[in-house]
Ligand binder design. Structure first.
Ligand SMILES: NC(=O)CC[C@H](N)C(=O)O
Length: 401
């Protein structure tokens, strides 16, 4: 270890049950309240920290060495940079060491500071994770004070003011302010992803807090992508004359976002256009078909979650990040559960019978995580190909993935 135990406390994490965890501060100075969750991924901390779905949350990394490959300008999942401020903090086991990676341009500590994200290192993250598994995700307040002086009354006031994620519409805060066209050439990673020079189809993506790699994957499969704000109406979406509609991931409580998103999705379902939803998009579709969503006990946040495809019997290892779930029992008869989590049996996918509409609770775009589920992007655009009478593309994992 790096001697963290000897250092005086310059960071503090207080949980709503009175648990007090001391460590030393990294990143921004100040304090912030949020829901404390844990993520078990062993790689991809920069993608996790820039995923807008984490707005309102303090992320505990169970992998002990976070920051060891530094940060770069490519592994960023936020499209809308303003959305970054949504993440309330991070909790680490070991100190951030000097980066050891050819792609690193900045140390994680400095990177967090610039983006106003507070962190605490030197915490027994195993004990914290065990606590979350047993008692659920608590609200907490994280503080970084280099002089070691914590104004606990204001921290506790901030904690008290944090309403919790239930009932909170955060998509509205992280969505794009304006409609834009995804430019694959300026956002493509330097390696591994193809550019689409002549897109075959036009997908309109409703941005509830979209990750870049989803838009990249859609473009890579042959789509021109237009991204519209979360509050876009069905008329707004259809004014772009899409061949298909995509519902993105995003933060907060689906039932709260559903107040304006569900009527839009319901109208769009009647257009006959193929529709695909991921994570929050999946939950919103679940609500639009008449189902219910519920808060989970500890949530699913990691890169090795097994999911069974109930149609083929195949198991996919998936990337997950959600704290709410669709209640399978609440789904109407015309909606089929297509995928299930093998960790807890919760719903992981659905399909509307007789319509080209489906969604998954997990993250087929990975970033970070395994690429087992990339075929779902092909499946989505094959629905468009089928409508247009164009030859379908085989669903397969691409070479090198
Ligand atoms: N990644 C996501 O889209 C998360 C969806 C939703 N905010 C949840 O926590 O369940």
């Amino acid at each position: 270890m790096t001697g963290w135990q000897q250092k005086p406390a310059t960071a503090l994490l207080l949980l709503e049950d009175g648990t007090r965890l001391e460590g030393h501060g990294i990143g921004a100075i100040g304090h912030a309240a949020g829901e404390v969750c844990f993520n078990t991924a062993m790689t991809g901390y920069q993608e996790i920290l820039t995923d807008p779905s984490y707005a309102g949350q303090i992320i505990t990394f169970t992998f002990p060495h976070i920051g060891n490959v530094g940060t770069n300008d490519e592994d960023i999942e936020t499209v809308n940079m303003a959305a970054l401020s949504g993440i309330r903090g991070c909790v680490l086991r070991a100190d951030i060491t000097n980066p050891s990676n050819y792609r690193a341009v900045e140390k994680l500590d400095a990177w967090l500071k610039k983006r106003n994200i507070i962190g605490i290192a030197g915490v027994d993250t195993r004990a914290l994770t065990a606590r979350i598994r047993e008692h659920g995700m608590p609200n907490g307040v994280i503080a970084h004070a280099p002089d070691g002086y914590f104004h606990e009354p204001s921290m506790l006031a901030e904690l008290k003011n944090f309403p919790g994620l239930e009932g909170l519409d955060l998509a509205r805060e992280v969505t794009t302010a304006q409609t834009y066209h995804w430019d694959q050439t300026s956002w493509t990673r330097t390696e591994g992803y193809g550019r689409v020079e002549n897109p075959e189809f036009h997908v309109v993506a409703i941005d509830y807090g979209a990750k870049r790699n989803i838009l990249r994957q859609l473009a890579d499969q042959g789509a021109r992508v237009t991204v519209v704000p979360a509050t876009a109406t069905a008329k707004d979406v259809m004014s772009h004359n899409p061949d298909a509609i995509f519902l993105s991931n995003g933060p907060g409580d689906p039932a709260a976002t559903g107040k304006y998103a569900v009527p839009t999705i319901r109208t769009l379902m009647e257009t006959g256009k193929p529709m695909f939803g991921i994570c929050l998009g999946h939950q919103l579709l679940g609500l639009a078909v008449g189902g219910k969503t519920q808060k989970m006990h500890q949530g699913h946040h990691g890169a090795n979650h097994p999911v069974k495809d109930l149609t083929t019997g195949k198991v996919e290892i998936t990337s997950m990040n959600h704290g709410f779930a669709v209640d399978t029992e609440s789904l109407p008869g015309n909606v089929k559960q297509t995928h299930v989590s093998l960790f807890d049996g919760s719903n992981a996918g659905l399909e509307v019978e007789g319509k080209p509409i489906f969604s998954v609770q997990y993250h087929p775009e990975a970033s970070p995580g395994p690429h087992d589920s990339h075929y779902l992007f092909t499946r989505f655009l094959n629905l468009v190909r089928a409508q247009k009478g164009v030859a379908q593309v085989p669903e397969q994992v691409k070479a090198g993935e």
